[in-house]
Design a protein around this ligand. Structure first.
Ligand SMILES: [Ca+2]
Ligand SMILES: [Ca+2]
Ligand SMILES: [Ca+2]
Length: 109
């Protein structure tokens, strides 16, 4: 599990400086949004989750439910803010690798 989450982290931390900024999370969101309509649908999410993060369909469904706060069936950019807050445990505005791993473990289990 740790190895998988660490792999995710390395994909999102584009400049490899050991922290994830909002811009980096936003860039990740844009990659998931294949058709560029500003929201990530469940099917967009599942295909990228498998392709980019090597995740299972089960874990994709679970994570998507968590991200889609209003249950609309798609994840909007505004919902990304919620994810960022969730991952940034100490609220200092950046997500460290330790914060990322600890929080994804909670989300995925
Ligand atoms: Ca970074
Ligand atoms: Ca989309
Ligand atoms: Ca932090």
């Amino acid at each position: 599990m740790d190895a998988m989450i660490e792999g995710m982290y390395n994909k999102v931390d584009l400049d490899n400086d050991g922290t994830i900024t909002k811009d980096e999370l936003m860039a990740c969101f844009k990659r998931f949004d294949s058709d560029g309509d500003g929201s990530v649908s469940l099917s967009e999410f599942i295909s990228h989750w498998k392709e980019v993060f090597n995740g299972s369909e089960d874990s994709a469904q679970k994570v998507f439910k968590k991200l889609d706060g209003d249950g609309s069936g798609s994840v909007e950019m505004s919902e990304l803010e919620g994810l960022y807050k969730l991952l940034d445990t100490d609220g200092d505005g950046t997500i460290t690798k330790a914060e990322f791993i600890a929080n994804w473990k909670k989300i995925l289990t």
